[in-house]
Structures are given as C-alpha cells and as structure tokens.
Design a protein around this ligand. Structure first.
Ligand SMILES: Cc1ncc(COP(=O)(O)O)c(C=O)c1O
Length: 438
C-alpha cells in the first residue's frame, strides 16, 4: 500500500513537519528557486537502480528509457552508473548524445520514425534501431544506401495470441507498435538481405506500470519462446533480446510495489534455462525501464495562492497545474480518476481537517490536481507536493498550454541542490515565432 507517509518514510524524511529531499527542507528549495518546481533526488535514483541491478540476473543490461524524464542531469547520472539509453525521437537521440552517451549504448524505438530520424540514427552509429514495420525496414535500407552507413536493426515484435504454459501472453492484437509475430521471418529476411543492415535481435515492449512480477515473468517467458522458435527456424543465434520496460511503481492506496527480488529470482531461472538452448547461449538480455528508475525520485511542488470556498466546497488554488503534471489531473489515459500521493509538504505533522480540491491556474475544470483530499488547514503560501513525479510528469505534460513559463528542475545530490534547468521565461513563448508581417 502506498501513501504519502510511506513515500516520505521510504525516500525523503521530514523535520518539524516539513518535507526533506536529500536532507534539505523543500521549503528552502522552494524559496530559493521559486515555485512551481520539479525536485529530483539522486539518492532515490541510486537506490532504485541499485535494487533493480541486485535483483536482476547479472547478465541483464539496463538501458534507461529517456521518455520518462529526459533531463540532462538524470541522463548523465545514469550514464555514469553504466546504463545505456533508449530513445524514441531525434530529440531524445540528440539529448542522449549531448549527455555523452556512447552511441553504441543507444537503442531507438518508435512507430513513426521519419527518414531524417533514420538517417540521424544511422549516421550516429547507434547500437540498435528497433524496426516497427516492414515499411520502416525498407526505408532504413534505402537510408543506409544513401548515406553509405551500416545499421544494426532489431525487430520489435507484436506477439501472437497463443497461450503458453497456461499463461496468456500479451499481444495478439492489431497494433501500431512492432511487427506482427506472423511476419517476423519476413522482417528478419528483409534485414539480412540488405548490405547496409545487420540483424540485431528482438525487441518487446508489452505494457507499462506493471506491479505484479508474475505478469512480467509470463511476458518474458513468451519473449524467450519467440526468440527460441526464431533461432530454430533460421538456425542462427539471436544477438539481443530486449524485454522492454514496464516495471511499475505504486501511485495509489491500493497498489503494492513491484517485488523486483522475486522477479529477479524467476528471471534468473528462466534465462539460465534459455542459455541452455541453441541460439540463446550468447544472447545479450536488455531491459529498458523508465518509470521504475526515476518515478519515485521526483516531487512536483506548487505554492498555494488562494483558498477559496464556493457553495460548501473548498478549492486550494496553486500556481501550477495540469500543464506541468497531466497525470495528476487524471488526463494521461487513466480510466478511473484517483488522486496521486499529494500533501501539504510544509504541514506534514498537522492533523487533517476538511477535504478540499487542489486546482491549478488554468481556465479549465480539467485542471484539478486532487479531489476531495483530506488536508491540514490550507493557507496561502503553503506548499503542495505531488509525489511519484520523477517520470512522465514534466515529460508528458502540455507545458505550452496557457503560456505559463515552464518550471525549473532542481537536482539534489550529496546534500546539495543545483538548478538543473532554469525556469522558462515569458519571452520564450514568442521567441521562436516569425513576425507575421514579414
Ligand atoms: C519502447 C519503450 N521502451 C521503454 C519504455 C519505458 O517504459 P516504463 O517507463 O514503463 O518502464 C516505453 C514507454 O512507453 C516504451 O514505449
């Protein structure tokens, strides 16, 4: 079960009722850098990466999925700790290269890669391009011919619907992602026929936010079976099997954290027996988590402007909203709207009073960050913290909506905080635009 108290206890701590990040009171960080602000803890990322690495079999390579949070500080931190990166656009590829990632440690997935993105990836000699359609393989081949480069291409598989070992595999549905398993042989043939392309292996990505380790184990078993059957048909080994991301973190009261230790034990047995099979003995195993590594490391903090009562309901109005945190507003694909872990982080020790809605400054009722939330007495100047905001908070929010300057990002490491990204400026909203009279 997760709630604010559990998260604060596990990752942050509090002093005199005030939240600490890396030992520093968030009240001080908010005063120094202003609000709204995203704050990230290096310690939490280290704890998550360490736990995952200890749990997974030693022969698993971890590539951080940049889409979860592409901040340079986070990329550089994870690179220093030996992670590779998984990118899904030329923007992310650029960010990965600027962060100093060895191109050989970059994987590039995504269903809509343009010709120029394919050329950029080939030109940069990245580790692997994940092909999502037969058409994309053909375009890759012609891009490779055009620029005289050689590219390593893995096939992202959209698995078939078969049942194995009593466990229903994910997939079996039409999908814009990956190549239908029925077409796998044609895809591999297409790659191998091309002078400029080399077959890199198989890539899977079968779901996000998975908290039940057995679901992941069933999926991975299916991935290995697909890989094994391919080796049997082609008679050749598979260089890489990338199992994707999808490791979840708990956001809501009823959710339990993913048991990565049990996951690791089961995967250890699974991959040990896979190693005994022809064609998989030397295969490199990869996972590409995003949320699991950085989600719990981030807190989004906004300041209360106004406490307003309207017809018996209390609205706590803060200076940032769904433009910075779409997921908190329940508009990032959630089926049931529930509150993320949210609290008045300068009053953690105070008893809860009446319930209130926390709303942002945007002119839409969608801009509600929490509903019916029991809170200590809220006052202007208080700080609202939304926990579990290190992944898909800034990176998955409509930052341009209503032209509020984008919040800064603060990086807390070894007891010190650093400005990792400055606050957007008012002029940023017009800077890139052409003068319409020209
Ligand atoms: C191809 C691919 N890899 C990795 C990830 C990261 O997933 P997660 O953050 O759930 O681990 C995603 C997320 O959408 C993805 O599409």
């Amino acid at each position: 079960m997760t709630d604010v108290r559990a998260i604060v206890g596990a990752h942050f701590g509090a002093r005199d009722g005030e939240l600490l990040v890396g030992g520093i009171p968030v009240v001080e960080i908010a005063d120094r850098f202003g609000t709204p602000v995203y704050i990230y803890s290096a310690d939490v990322i280290d704890a998550k990466l360490g736990r995952l690495r200890r749990a997974l079999p030693a022969d698993f390579d971890v590539h951080y999925s940049v889409k979860a949070n592409p901040s340079q500080v986070i990329l550089r931190h994870l690179l220093r700790r030996g992670c590779g990166l998984e990118v899904a656009s030329s923007g992310e590829l650029h960010q990965a290269l600027v962060a100093g990632c060895d191109p050989a440690r970059i994987l590039f997935a995504g269903p809509g890669k343009t010709d120029s993105e394919l050329r950029f990836a080939l030109d940069s000699r990245i580790g692997e391009i994940h092909a999502e359609s037969l058409g994309e393989i053909a375009r890759l081949a012609s891009a490779a011919r055009q620029i005289g480069a050689r590219g390593r291409v893995a096939v992202r598989v959209n698995p078939g619907p078969e049942v194995e070992g009593g466990a229903l595999r994910m997939g079996g549905k039409p999908s814009p992602f990956g190549i239908d398993e029925e077409l796998l042989d044609s895809a591999v043939e297409l790659i191998e026929r091309e002078e400029g392309l080399e077959f890199g292996g198989l890539h899977f990505y079968l779901g996000s936010q998975i908290l039940d380790h057995q679901v992941l184990v069933r999926q991975y078993r299916g991935c290995l079976e697909t890989a094994f059957l391919l080796t049997q048909r082609t008679g050749r080994p598979i260089p890489t099997v990338d199992f994707g991301g999808g490791f979840g973190i708990p956001y809501f009261q009823h959710e339990q954290e993913l048991d990565v230790e049990l996951l690791g034990q089961d995967l250890g047995m699974l991959t040990a027996s896979a190693r005994g099979r022809a064609g998989l003995a030397e295969t490199r195993f990869v996972v590409e988590p995003g949320r699991y590594l950085v989600g719990e490391a981030g807190v989004y903090v906004a300041r209360v402007n106004t406490v307003k009562r309207s017809r018996g309901r209390t609205f706590v109005v803060v200076d940032g909203g769904m433009n910075h945190h779409l997921a908190a507003s329940g508009n990032l694909g959630q089926v049931i709207r529930r509150n993320l872990p949210v609290a008045l982080i300068n009053k953690l020790g105070d008893p809860d009073g009446e319930k209130a809605d926390i709303v942002g400054p945007l002119c839409t009722p969608l801009d509600t960050l929490a509903r019916d939330l029991p809170l200590p007495q809220p006052e202007p100047g208080d700080l609202v913290g939304i926990f579990q905001s290190g992944a898909y908070a800034r990176s998955a929010s409509p930052l341009g909506f209503l032209s509020h300057p984008a919040p800064p990002e603060v990086w807390v490491r070894e007891g010190e905080c650093h400005l990792a990204r400055r606050r957007g400026r008012l002029e940023d909203a017009v800077l890139d635009q052409m003068d319409p009279l020209l």
